[in-house]
Design a protein around this ligand. Structure first.
Ligand code: UDP
Length: 587
């Protein structure tokens, strides 16, 4: 397909100071000496044109590539929508790998295990993150048929994956992140639960225990559950469910790891069960995938979908504008699948059959600030459901429109959509809520559906660059209330929050809350509200104060199950010094 020429009148994008640093460091193209030769304008045009070009092959398309490229350019440079980092980095380049999320199978033989290590390295090099279930590996000390020796078990292999990631992280586009999952009924589960008890262990992995309905029932009943040898399918022992759950909670209290995922629930929502079972998610948990499946994500900045009511009253969301953005974004993400070069033929095959995309949102806290709704309130939770219900419905309607133009996803007839006669759709899934660690920096908005970490703070952006940042909606509200001063900002930057600043107006203190001001239960309610209308999953951390008890974490884990979440991750303030890099520091 011919290149689309950059229009002469293409406006220069406005780039915030943090974005300038991040984009230059990792996204703009560099020559062999590491000198940046691409401007930000050229970067966004490279992405917009490469993705729009795919349109040309669809005869029934309702739009032309040149017009679409301009629409995509405007969509991205107004920061209303951004695709996941690998798309920004690699679209229109020789590498051409555009997805952030992958899951690879780990087979129970040496060849299979080392294939997975190699494949993960290839994916990390291109900016993608990998998830693996280690559940199929035979337990430590089981017999190895070919040699008569004993197996070393999932944990020993996990260390190899971790080490490989460590070695390639400098050369790749960004440091690779991993998710490691082990089913609760695997004989080595106790070792897995304790695998990250020492700080720094398995530092390139997030770990989650795959919980089953049977296990949760056993916790409830204070009953025992069976451990099953994956290679023989035979029960090899029993453990008390509640005791195991207690230890799981204890470890999460100490370090935040392991998290939990509800495997049966994830599989209940698996749109293509005929293609196999879902065993794992991507590194940050928002994207459950089949083995050898990848998914590309993109996020809409809700902070920019605010509409001021007439006379400054009845402020709302600009639903028409949101709808326009959703439809354009779904087309963008579906084109990304065609434009992407996947690192393995098995991945290309699975992706092209299901065509999963993950459209989500960021800037949620920014929107709530503008709407004057406290994050920790039922009004905010209700609003979350309303917004995500709309996003999911419109994203599906856009996917239907694409199916009419381009055909349904290949496995549609045997999918759950096909069975329920709901389609045809172009994509097996359309919605996912990503962490947006880097995207939110580029867009200058609050990340994902998280509350703001701090209203004003000093940001360390890679190496030694330091930047002071204040949330713009907060700054505007302070000015409106005649409460803004440089001295006050310095004071706030020290603590991040205004919760205890009695001298500030009460309405500001209730609306402008931060992660640590939000009680854990509201974190969870918010996650559940978004999950209700998300095909895939929601990236969210439940923040707890340092003083939180093990009972508090027990309660959160249990309620996550009751509220219908697909998993949960907790972070107790001060409990961990190093984390897998899934935030935007792009180190
Ligand atoms: N990811 C990764 N390494 C990173 C950050 C992200 O592999 O350092 C992958 C991972 O699968 C994660 C997904 O990208 O779940 C989305 O993360 P995020 O939304 O923070 O990425 P962004 O597009 O903002 O860079």
């Amino acid at each position: 397909m011919p290149e689309l020429k950059m229009p002469a009148n293409l406006p220069d994008p406005i780039v915030n100071e943090n974005a300038k640093i991040v984009l230059q460091r990792r996204y703009q193209r560099k020559d062999l000496d590491g000198v940046v030769y691409e401007t930000v304008k050229e970067l966004f045009w490279r992405v917009a044109s490469a993705i729009a070009k795919e349109e040309a092959k669809y005869e029934k398309s309702t739009t032309k590539p040149a017009k679409l490229a301009r629409d995509f350019y405007d969509l991205m440079t107004s920061y209303r929508f951004l695709p996941n980092s690998p798309t920004l980095m690699n679209a229109g380049t020789d590498l051409g790998q555009l997805a952030a999320c992958f899951v690879l199978p780990v087979e129970d033989d040496i060849e299979g295990i080392f294939d997975a290590v190699k494949h993960a390295a290839m994916i990390h090099k291109s900016g993608g993150g990998t998830g693996f279930a280690f559940s199929r590996l035979r337990a430590k000390d089981s017999v190895v048929g070919s040699t008569g020796g004993v197996a070393s078990g999932p944990l020993s292999f996990l260390k190899i994956f971790n080490c490989a990631t460590e070695q390639i992280k400098q050369g790749g586009t960004r440091r690779g992140a991993n998710m490691g999952i082990l089913r609760i009924d695997h004989p080595d589960i106790m070792e897995f639960i304790k695998a990250k008890e020492r700080d720094g262990d398995l530092n390139n992995f997030n770990l989650s225990v795959g919980l089953t309905e049977a296990f949760m029932q056993a916790v409830h009943d204070k009953a025992d559950f069976e451990l099953i040898a994956p290679n023989t399918g035979k029960a090899v022992g029993t453990l008390n469910a509640r005791e195991v759950f207690n230890i799981l909670v204890q470890k999460a209290w100490e370090s935040g790891d392991p998290g939990i995922v509800f495997l049966d629930r994830i599989n209940r929502d698996n749109p293509t069960p005929a293609m196999g079972e879902i065993e794992s998610t991507n590194p940050c948990g928002e994207q459950p995938l089949l083995p050898y499946e990848a998914c590309n994500l993109g996020s809409i900045n809700l902070g920019l979908c605010f509409a001021k009511g007439k006379n400054g009253k009845d402020s709302e969301i600009d639903w028409d504008e949101l709808k326009r953005i959703i439809h354009l974004s779904v087309r963008f993400l579906d084109n990304v699948i065609d434009a992407s070069v996947y690192p393995l033929p098995q991945i290309s095959d699975t992706v092209r059959k299901n065509r999963k995309i993950g459209l989500g949102v960021m800037g949620w806290a920014d929107l709530l600030y503008q709407l004057n709704i406290p994050y920790n309130s039922q009004t905010a939770v209700d609003m979350a459901e309303r917004v995500m219900k709309f996003v999911q419905a419109e994203a599906r309607s856009a996917s239907k429109q694409l199916a009419a133009e381009r055909g349904q996803f290949t496995t549609y007839p045997e999918s759950t959509f096909g069975a329920a006669n709901l389609g045809p759709y172009r994509n097996a899934t359309t919605t996912t809520i990503a962490p947006t660690g880097t995207l939110s920096i580029i867009a200058g908005c609050s990340s994902g559906v998280e509350p703001l970490f701090a209203l004003s703070f000093v940001r360390n952006v890679m190496d030694n660059d330091k930047l002071v940042e204040t949330n713009p909606y907060f700054e505007a509200a302070l000015k409106d209330a005649d409460a803004f001063s440089g001295k006050l900002m310095e004071e706030i930057a020290k603590v991040g929050s205004i919760k205890k600043m009695d001298h500030l107006p009460e309405h500001l203190r209730s609306v402008f809350v931060t992660s640590m001001d939000v009680e854990p239960i509201w974190h969870l309610k918010m996650q559940a509200a978004f999950q209700k209308y998300t095909d895939n999953a929601v990236s969210k951390t439940v923040n707890l104060p340092g003083s939180a008890t093990k009972e508090d974490i027990w309660d959160i884990y249990w309620k996550a199950y009751e509220y219908g979440c697909k998993g949960v991750t907790v972070y107790r303030d001060g409990s961990k010094t190093s984390q897998v890099l899934c935030t935007g520091d792009a180190e």
